[in-house]
Design a protein. Structure first.
Length: 339
């Protein structure tokens, strides 16, 4: 019997909208431009279909379009990637010989974060309740070779409530929240600064049984600590020669609209200063009253200047009008040790 090809369904018509939403700044309220203003709406309904699993086809036929669908599915639930099955063989136009031909060129499979059961070691000192409850929900998306289409199989029934507060506290942060944390860490902020930015007063006033601020997640500290340890250890040397590496960095930063002042000669006038677009905006908006300069000695261990001279880090700061503390609006590495 010939297989009946399904008409493609737009992903937006099937995938539920994100339960995490951005809260605009109310009129007359002052808020830091990079503050977290995200809340989670709890107690909503999950998608239901006539059959389980629900099978449908979405527009597109490429791996990138499949990843876009996965991104939409992950807006409300951080699915666990089980496996990616690529098919490296190219099917012939007229298959020869026996054997079953591959149906798909690739397949992505994801499971509910509550799938499986915790197998805790006998001598474990951890007694927290596990989020794993044997949930069978999940989905897969594959490129069907014969029809050149993307086919989805969605096991949509959960054995728990993925819209509950307990699920929010026990599972991973939403992708939009995790991306916010990555941007703050990449900008050089530490936990103390990020902790202040996630506690926005007018957003905290919205707390109710149905609305919970994303910034109040208790596991956020562990995530920030992990990001600081991993993202800041990435390879930053663009060239074995430190002066050439800094020159390449200056070109890249300026191409991204950063301000960069570079005099990287091996001399007492060595200077490498930089300022991000966000810092430029903060300086224009809040830097008219007070500007401070902080010197941090022995912050660089790479003694690449002649005669073993070391580099000192200087931070240019202004007073944050929200938290009342210093905010760095530029950094500079110099050969000067003046205090």
């Amino acid at each position: 019997m010939a297989e009946i090809e399904q008409a493609p369904i737009a992903a937006a018509d099937v995938v539920p909208p994100s339960s995490t939403q951005y809260i605009a700044v109310p009129p007359g309220v002052t808020s830091a431009p990079n503050a977290m203003r995200l809340v989670r709406h709890l107690g909503g309904t999950t998608p239901t279909f006539a059959e389980n699993p629900h099978r449908f086809t979405i527009p597109g036929n490429s791996f990138a379009e499949a990843l876009t669908f996965v991104h939409l599915m992950s807006a409300s639930i951080r699915w666990i990637k089980q496996r990616t099955t690529p098919n490296k063989s190219k099917p012939a136009a007229e298959p020869l010989g026996r054997g079953r031909r591959p149906e798909s060129s690739f397949k992505l499979e994801y499971l509910c974060p509550c799938s499986g059961h915790l197998k805790r070691a006998e001598n474990s000192r951890k007694f927290h309740e596990s989020v794993r409850c044997g949930c069978k929900a999940g989905f897969s998306i594959a490129h069907h070779i014969k029809t050149n289409s993307l086919r989805v199989v969605w096991n949509w029934q959960h054995n728990h409530d993925p819209t509950s507060h307990s699920h929010m506290k026990a599972t991973r942060l939403p992708e939009i929240v995790d991306q916010w944390l990555k941007e703050r860490v990449d900008s050089g902020l530490n936990w103390e600064a990020i902790n202040n930015l996630r506690r926005t007063p007018d957003v905290l006033d919205l707390v109710s049984p149905q609305i919970k601020p994303e910034g109040m997640a208790k596991r956020m500290y562990d995530r920030v600590r992990y990001l600081i340890l991993t993202r800041r250890v990435s390879l930053a040397r663009r060239d074995p020669n430190p002066f050439q590496s800094l020159a390449l960095w200056a070109q890249e930063l300026q191409a991204k609209s950063w301000n960069c002042l570079s005099d990287t000669a091996d001399s007492e006038q060595f200077l490498f200063a930089f300022q991000s677009p966000w810092q430029q905006r903060m300086l224009r908006e809040h830097g008219s009253s007070m500007i401070m300069l902080d010197s941090t000695h022995k912050s660089v261990t790479n003694y690449f200047l002649s005669d073993g001279r070391k580099i000192s880090l200087y931070s240019v700061l202004i007073r944050d009008p929200i938290v009342g503390k210093g905010v760095p609006i530029a950094w500079a590495f110099t050969a000067s040790e003046a205090e």
